[in-house]
Design a protein around this ligand. Structure first.
Ligand SMILES: Cc1ncc(COP(=O)(O)O)c(C=O)c1O
Length: 380
């Protein structure tokens, strides 16, 4: 590959970090199922001394994802929460993290139920309101933690504007890019300092692995995280690294179909008499549609809507046939869930509690007419 002509996204997804294997010419990066490596002499490993520190299959996945996010380095983890925990352990007791008021329930639980007692303070605020953001930043704020689109309310945060406010206050910006993926949104180019992922979702794309990642753009963070990856040890196995890498190859084409199907379904839901408050950033009625248009190339596969009560939501979610009733998101098959009773149960009773009648769809890449027919019979 000519170093002077950087690969475009679709090409990097298939070639970055993925040269054919030297010995047999295998076109796929092998699964190096090993926990340790023979050393050339005492204290002289070829590359790694032990597989917690590194593995060739993991390294290939990391190189490919770093290229797709336009970052300096990527570190892979055994889960999205493993990535988040490792990154937050780079902070110190007394530090503060400012987080979106609509955030993945597990991130909320990690901050409020695990790291708070260790001395890391966190606050939630509406990151879509810049005045609120400026007022909520404290001298000890180290990270502003953005999800955009948010989970499950699909709010949009203006990454460039929040990054400017955060940097003015001496804080850095972390974007959880799980919902959009680098195929639709590149936070580092918008001013973010770090990107985190649940690889479990769109990057893997087939509901067959749990994984996480952090992408850096600054050598200081690359050094710090390189140390923490090995010191904390929340690393992925070679098989899951391979599945993550395989998922990346088709990311662009999958995100295109997810986005088109979700747009069609959101527009269909808007006119349905049983449905209120359809949330999809691709709808012109979405309050942050213009920001979404500016920072995303399409609007993704997640759609949320309200059917009025917990009972109504449960009955719709239990009646779909193609949309499987399951937690998680981002795979080829469509999923349906009721956030307050399922993925976001940990927010119940808090200020982050989501409406009981809210349904979240992860729209897959099946034929959209079949998906609409399924929703139609379930809504009754
Ligand atoms: C936006 C977001 N971030 C992080 C996570 C955590 O990832 P994992 O389940 O891979 O630990 C999830 C999981 O649902 C998520 O939706």
């Amino acid at each position: 590959m000519d170093e002077r002509s950087p690969m475009r996204f679709e090409t990097a997804a298939i070639h970055a970090g993925q040269d054919p294997e030297a010995l047999y010419g295998a076109v796929n990066v092998p699964i190096y199922q090993t926990s340790t490596y023979v050393q050339d002499a005492v204290g002289k490993p070829k590359v790694w001394d032990y597989a917690r520190g590194g593995n060739p299959t993991r390294a290939a996945f990391e190189a490919a994802l770093a290229a797709l996010e336009g970052g300096e380095r990527c570190f892979a983890f055994g889960s999205g929460l493993g990535a988040e925990t490792t990154l937050l352990l780079a902070l110190r007791p007394g530090d503060h993290v400012l987080v979106s008021d609509d955030v993945y329930g597990g991130t909320y639980r990690l901050l409020s139920k695990v790291l708070e007692s260790w001395g890391l303070a966190s606050d939630h605020c509406d990151l879509a309101d810049l005045d609120v953001v400026r007022r909520s930043l404290r001298p000890e704020t180290r990270f502003v933690w953005i999800e955009t689109p948010t989970n499950p309310l699909l709010k949009i945060v203006d990454v460039a504007a929040v990054a400017e406010a955060a940097h003015d206050a001496g804080a850095e910006v972390v974007v959880d890019n799980t919902f959009a993926t680098p195929a639709l949104q590149r936070p580092l180019e918008l001013g973010a300092d770090l990107v985190v992922h649940s690889v479990t979702k769109y990057l893997g794309g087939h509901s067959d692995l749990i994984g996480g990642a952090i992408v850096t753009k600054d050598p200081g963070w690359t050094d710090r995280l390189g140390f923490l990856v090995n010191a904390v040890g929340a690393v992925p196995g070679p098989m899951d690294s391979y599945l993550g890498l395989r998922g990346l190859k088709t990311l662009a084409v999958r995100m295109d179909v997810h986005s088109r199907n979700a747009q069609t379904i959101a527009e269909w839901l808007v006119q349905h008499p049983q449905v209120a408050d359809v949330r999809y950033p691709g709808l012109p009625t979405h309050p942050m549609h213009e920001v979404a248009k500016r920072q995303m190339t399409a609007f993704g596969g997640m759609v949320s809507f309200d059917v009025g009560s917990a009972e109504a939501a449960a009955s719709v979610a239990e009646r779909t046939r193609l949309f499987f009733l399951a937690e998680s998101l981002g795979a080829v098959e469509s999923l349906i869930e009721v956030p307050l009773a399922m993925t976001h149960a940990s927010t119940a009773g808090s200020t982050l509690e989501v409406p009981p009648g809210l349904i979240r769809l992860s729209v897959g890449i099946e034929h959209v007419d079949d998906l609409i027919a399924d929703l139609e019979q379930a809504l009754g």
